[in-house]
Design a binder for this molecule. Structure first.
Ligand SMILES: *Cc1c(COP(=O)(O)O)cnc(C)c1O
Length: 423
């Protein structure tokens, strides 16, 4: 890490040596009112638009215009099996087998559908464990599941908390919670990369531990998919969910991905909410069949999917497929390591990074605390053309995304922050 150097020339050298640097040209980079490219470090919130997306959407619009309902079978990319076109690339990105993944619904909805299957409270075992700084939607979702089953949403919720004056979570503390309460916990639901601190958890460790105590284990990978090596199959987790509009660049509010571990793939007795799209494809349109659930994650689908939305996902997945997660993660570690190196030059009494220092325990995001500052620092940063993200009380989240951010982006961001702080 420490062999990074200071100065703009060095940033330019890193970009010149980066064999992924040309991918930036494949994205629309937002500009200011003078047409100057912004420093966009917000791919953890909404990924940028691939220039290819439009053509993927146009294809479906055209087929719809020309074919109407016949597009289900005769479109260039037939709509009937359209979701299957996303399966293999998705499986690769999250480290799953194709049978374990499906693209459907939106994220929080999928969390509920997964809990319909994997949160099966009993009188003795009904609690849900989440991390204390869970993304609000996840917290609201698990609380409402507790209420839905007739439990008190405070008493039924166990929080895995950081120690006083710390931000990151420690596995010893999780082990202690499970020692004390493991038999009461029905479900462990963790944000796989915490949205606030950027801490990337050890899925295998948490899953193994949870299973030892008889808990089901799920991960929300909204901040992980397309960012870190999730290795979902090998982690042993029961389920995972993620959105595609953050690191996966599929467009605002687009569909969610869902993983159900292979060991549940053929369990027809698993409770679930279903619709015609979870039904056996061969007999789906006979319409009068007894329900016959599809094996694997596809068996959790409900509706025929929105093709226009999926076309945008497909455009993005094709880019990921071409690059591969391995190369992306290698660049990501270097880019974020460089970012960390530059931030540290500002002085650790001025800027504190709350994200883990260990590159294997984080993705590309760094959460920066500017000491004794308020939101005005963030506002000034925005005014100078840096798009980042502010979280109360005092954290600026920045995510240099390896697909379209450059070392120069990172260099200029830190220079601007330095100027603001010296003002
Ligand atoms: C972004 C994000 C969400 C957003 O949920 P939607 O249902 O897509 O609105 C939920 N949970 C986590 C952890 C997120 O990062």
């Amino acid at each position: 890490m420490s062999d990074f150097k200071l100065g703009l020339e060095y940033a330019k050298q890193l970009d010149a040596a980066d064999d992924l640097s040309h991918y930036r040209k494949q994205f629309h980079i937002p500009t200011d009112t003078n047409g100057k490219e912004l420093i966009y470090l917000c791919g953890n919130s909404l990924g940028l638009q691939p220039k290819s997306t439009k053509a993927y959407l146009d294809q479906e619009l055209e087929d719809w215009a020309n074919l109407g309902v016949e597009g289900h079978t005769h479109a260039q990319n037939p709509w009937m099996p359209y979701h299957e076109f996303l399966t293999e690339a998705t499986a690769k990105i999250v480290g799953a087998k194709p049978i374990e993944v499906v693209t459907m619904n939106s994220l929080t909805a999928n969390l509920h559908f997964m809990m319909a299957s994997f949160y099966k409270p009993t009188k003795e075992r009904y609690k849900i464990l989440i991390e204390s700084d869970a993304f609000p939607s996840d917290k609201y979702a698990v609380e409402s599941q507790l209420r839905h089953h007739g439990y008190d949403d405070k008493e039924g919720l166990i929080l895995w908390k950081p120690r006083p004056n710390e931000e990151l979570l420690r596995y010893e503390d999780l082990e202690d919670i499970l020692k004390a309460h493991g038999q009461e916990i029905a479900l462990i639901m963790i944000g796989g990369v915490n949205y606030y601190t950027g801490q990337f958890f050890d899925f295998k460790r948490i899953s193994t531990l949870g299973h030892q105590y008889g808990c089901k284990v799920g991960f929300d990978c909204a901040h992980g998919a397309g960012n870190v090596d999730l290795d979902l199959h090998n982690s042993g987790a029961d389920f995972a969910i993620w959105c595609t509009y953050k690191y996966l660049n599929s467009g605002p509010g687009n569909l969610s991905g869902c993983f159900v571990h292979e060991r549940h793939a053929y369990d027809k007795n698993l409770n679930r909410f279903t619709g015609w799209w979870s039904h056996n494809k061969d007999t789906r349109f006979n319409m009068r069949q007894e329900f016959d659930v599809l094996p694997g994650a596809e068996g959790w689908q409900m509706s025929n999917p929105p093709i226009l939305a999926m076309a945008a996902i497909r455009a993005s997945l094709d880019i990921f497929n071409e690059v591969g997660m391995e190369k992306l993660i290698a660049k990501s570690k270097k880019l974020t390591g460089y970012f960390e190196f530059l931030l540290k030059q500002l002085g650790e009494d001025v800027v504190r990074i709350i994200t883990p220092q260990n590159p294997d325990e984080r993705g590309c995001q760094l959460s920066i605390q500017v000491l004794d500052a308020d939101k005005t620092v963030f506002n000034k940063l925005t005014d100078t053309g840096v798009i980042s993200d502010w979280r109360e009380p005092d954290v600026i989240r920045c995510a240099p995304v390896p697909l379209y951010n450059s070392f120069e982006d990172v260099y200029h961001m830190v220079e601007k922050l330095k100027m603001i702080l010296n003002d």
